[in-house]
Design a protein around this ligand. Structure first.
Ligand code: 26M
Length: 754
């Protein structure tokens, strides 16, 4: 059977093998769009709207082919015509419409909602520029705008438009849809991305990522905010948020009415899951729309809204909990500001105390989480530990008020992208070994029986080897770096943030550099790979990148060390790079300061691809250890309770740790002559001073334990059989971390779709 050949004739009047890569890509997009349109939308009385400022969907071509069930066929036909799917995929711009974990979670969730056949759409913004593209120069991070729209993409312009009334003007939205196909499903959902026709990239100053922030109609959906570390008090972000939620609210009311709602019963037709507090303004916006457009009383509108909106919290970092001065909200939408004041007064009248749960504080600042929790019906954390910390400390006073409203739903990842697409070698091996049911039910537990099967373990090792070769090729093409594919591949990829402690791994690299210089050569060579972007406003995160790039250069140029240790920083880490890294890794670095990583989801991508986790007792790492078994992970470091107490009592003193004989030389090396000879003195000193005087995220507290466990892990790697058995146990027990399980739980506990 050929699919593409007749299309090539029809559209280009040429045979497939005569087309350019770009033409083949266009053909495939068209094919997918046509097949998608043939599928009906999933239906049901009640529908979920997953509203999120970010959807880090990544490239869609292979994902759609896989979900349509024509992946293998198309791949084979392309190969017959002398194309590879990889080179065709290179024609697709990657939509990087998210910063990191929160945005990628949203992408996994819409894939799972569709794959379970549930009616549910994603709702967000059509940023013209995604997260900046990162490049390195002089061992530092630089930025290029991420232009992903030009050329053929998966967006279709819909005819739906809504009026969004801002304080000083009204804007009319346009809507772009991306089809969301479930895995082997006979229906579809959509990702609905709102935009403005007036947005104009011309306002960007050439060669920069700056623009006139006052021109709202021209810039509203221009950029995704590149900042997931500090809640920047920018009015423009409030404009974006209000535009997003006003459209979402109008859309869901309109669709509910179309399905038969009389609006009074809206909660029987729609449930809104808000991805962190960014879409919280949907609460007062729903109240506004219900009272002004649908003749519903204020009290009833509040009750309806309360039964529609559910909130997910993704962080306990104080600096990431959103607050907005009321003056900003008034400048953006005075009507909604007035409603927030009413909601605040209502709440204060019933609950004058404590101050910690109030919506508007004494500084006339709105606490978005308070609005979401007090006027939503559900609040959930994203791992067991994170949920416990929310209940016991961060949101304690809310939990006491609404104990039944709290849920814990440990995150998950879609196995379609992160196993089937990313790792065809392992997927085929799984099919041959345990049958194909895992592709539908995510159950890999039958693999455990092969724990002592040497032939199987050898095949598992072969798959890893092939993936290391593929990673090597990717790195050669991406940034002209060659790695030793016979080395231990040890990977930390995620946004750069002090709490994730990339700086601690950098200090370990210094330790290892000294050890090798001193004659202690590792039995197996080691490749340590970093990837991740630092928020432009986050200086110390940039300095950490600078430190690592300098170490990479220093070691590469040292013939005594380079045969045994290589340090690579992947440029512009994104979803595509992730597929190569998760599948090639032997070691998964999950070393956040306990209590700070709400869940993590990269940890799960490594696990299902057979990397062994090196972990602190944080987020979903704890559950990974429970599922894989304690013998099959490596753990270290202080636990969350102790860390929370240290923060409460101001009990951590970095200088004290710095004075340890084992630590001081490592930290001092940051500003050594060797480093200053290649690096920037200001940056290195700033980082050095920060670590010895502040070290707010306590990199030094766990450093000694980290060094010990890393040494043990590298030594253990030489027992290849035992190592492959650990890898197997990780894969076999990864089923729990499928986002299909998570979505079933959301549905059972929160959404209650039919
Ligand atoms: C805030 C203000 C201005 C601009 C952007 C932001 C902002 C954007 C994204 C703040 C936070 C953002 O994301 C936080 C995030 O990614 N949290 C991660 O969520 C994952 C999914 O639940 C978890 O697995 C991670 O542990 C958590 O860090």
């Amino acid at each position: 059977m050929t699919i593409l050949q007749p299309l090539a004739q029809q559209h280009f009047n040429r045979s497939l093998d005569e087309l350019s890569n770009q033409e083949v890509y266009q053909l495939l997009v068209q094919l997918i769009q046509e097949r998608a349109k043939d599928l009906p939308l999933f239906e049901g009385k009640k529908k979920v709207y997953y509203v999120s400022a970010e959807f880090l969907i990544g490239k869609l071509l292979s994902n759609n082919l896989l979900n349509l069930g024509i992946f293998d066929e198309v791949k084979a036909e392309l190969e017959d015509a002398d194309f590879t799917l990889e080179e065709i995929e290179a024609e697709e711009n990657e939509p990087s419409l998210g910063n990191g974990g929160l945005g990628r979670l949203a992408a996994c969730f819409i894939d799972s909602i569709a794959s379970l056949g549930l009616p549910g759409d994603g709702v967000g913004l059509n940023y013209h520029f995604g997260l900046f593209q990162q490049y390195f120069k002089h061992n530092s991070q630089f930025y290029k705008p991420d232009e992903w729209l030009p050329g053929t993409n998966f967006l279709t312009k819909s005819s739906l438009q809504f009026e969004v009334p801002f304080t000083d003007f009204t804007l009319t939205s346009t809507l772009y849809d991306i089809e969301v196909l479930g895995y082997q499903q006979s229906g579809r959902n959509r990702l609905r991305l709102f935009d403005l026709d007036s947005v104009d990239p011309e306002i960007i100053e050439p060669g920069t990522i700056s623009f006139d922030k006052e021109k709202i109609a021209e810039n509203l959906t221009l950029f995704l905010y590149p900042d997931d570390s500090d809640a920047e008090g920018e009015k423009l972000r409030v404009f974006q948020q209000y535009f997003m939620v006003s459209n979402a609210a109008q859309l869901l009311i309109q669709e509910a009415i179309e399905r038969g709602s009389n609006v009074h019963d809206l909660a029987d037709y729609a449930v809104v899951q808000i991805n962190d507090t960014h879409p919280t303004l949907i609460i007062p916006e729903l109240v506004r729309l219900l009272t002004t457009e649908h003749e519903i009383s204020f009290d009833e509108a509040v009750e309806i809204t309360q039964n529609v909106v559910a909130f997910t919290n993704h962080t306990i970092l104080a600096e990431a909990l959103e607050t907005w001065p009321m003056s900003y909200i008034e400048a953006v939408t005075s009507d909604v500001a007035a409603i927030i004041r009413q909601l605040d007064e209502r709440f204060k009248a019933e609950h004058p105390q404590p101050a910690s749960i109030q919506i508007i504080d004494d500084n006339d600042t709105v606490h978005m989480a308070s609005l979401a929790i007090n006027y939503g019906f559900s609040t959930n954390g994203v791992s067991q530990l994170h949920t416990d910390i929310l209940k016991e400390s961060t949101l304690k006073d809310f939990y006491e008020l609404y104990p039944d409203q709290f849920h814990g739903l440990t995150n998950g990842i879609t196995f379609r992208r992160w196993l089937m697409m990313a790792n065809p070698g392992l997927s085929t091996l799984l099919d041959e070994t345990i049958g194909k049911d895992w592709r539908k039910d995510s159950d890999l537990s039958a693999l455990e029986q092969f724990k002592d099967d040497d032939a199987f373990l050898a095949k598992l090792a072969d798959v890893k080897q092939v993936n290391k070769e593929a990673l090597n090729q990717f790195l050669q093409a991406n940034q002209d770096v060659t790695i030793n594919t016979n080395s231990i591949v040890d990977v930390q990829v995620k946004r750069i943030h002090e709490y994730k402690r990339q700086q601690m791994l950098a200090l370990y690299i210094i330790y290892k550099y000294f050890a090798i210089k001193g004659g202690q050569k590792p039995e197996t060579p080691i490749t340590i790979i970093f990837g991740g972007k630092a928020a432009p406003a986050y200086t110390i995160a940039q300095d950490i990148i600078h430190l690592i790039l300098n170490l990479s250069e220093l070691i590469a140029n040292d013939p005594e060390v380079s045969p045994y240790l290589q340090v690579v920083f992947v440029e512009n880490y994104n979803v595509t790079a992730g597929t190569y890294l998760f599948t090639a890794a032997d070691i998964s670095e999950q070393i956040s300061l306990a209590s700070k990583e709400a869940s993590g989801t990269g940890n799960m991508k490594f696990m299902v691809n057979g990397a062994v986790t090196l972990m602190t007792w944080d987020g979903a790492n704890i559950e990974i250890a429970e599922h894989a078994g304690l013998d099959n992970v490596y753990s270290f470091g202080r636990e969350a309770q102790e860390i929370v107490k240290l923060y409460d009592t101001d009990g951590y003193n970095a200088a004290e740790y710095y004075e340890h004989d084992t630590i001081k030389p490592l930290v001092d090396f940051i500003v050594s002559d060797e480093m200053l000879a290649i690096g920037d003195e200001e940056k290195l000193r700033r980082l050095y001073n920060d670590i010895i005087n502040k070290d707010y995220f306590m990199a030094l507290i766990d450093l000694e334990a980290f060094i010990d466990v890393k040494e043990k892990m590298y030594a253990d790697y030489t027992n290849q059989k035992a190592w492959r058995q650990k890898a197997l146990m990780n894969i076999a027990n990864a089923g729990f971390f499928s986002s299909d399980r998570v979505i079933k739980e959301y549905n059972e506990q929160i959404w209650h779709l039919d």
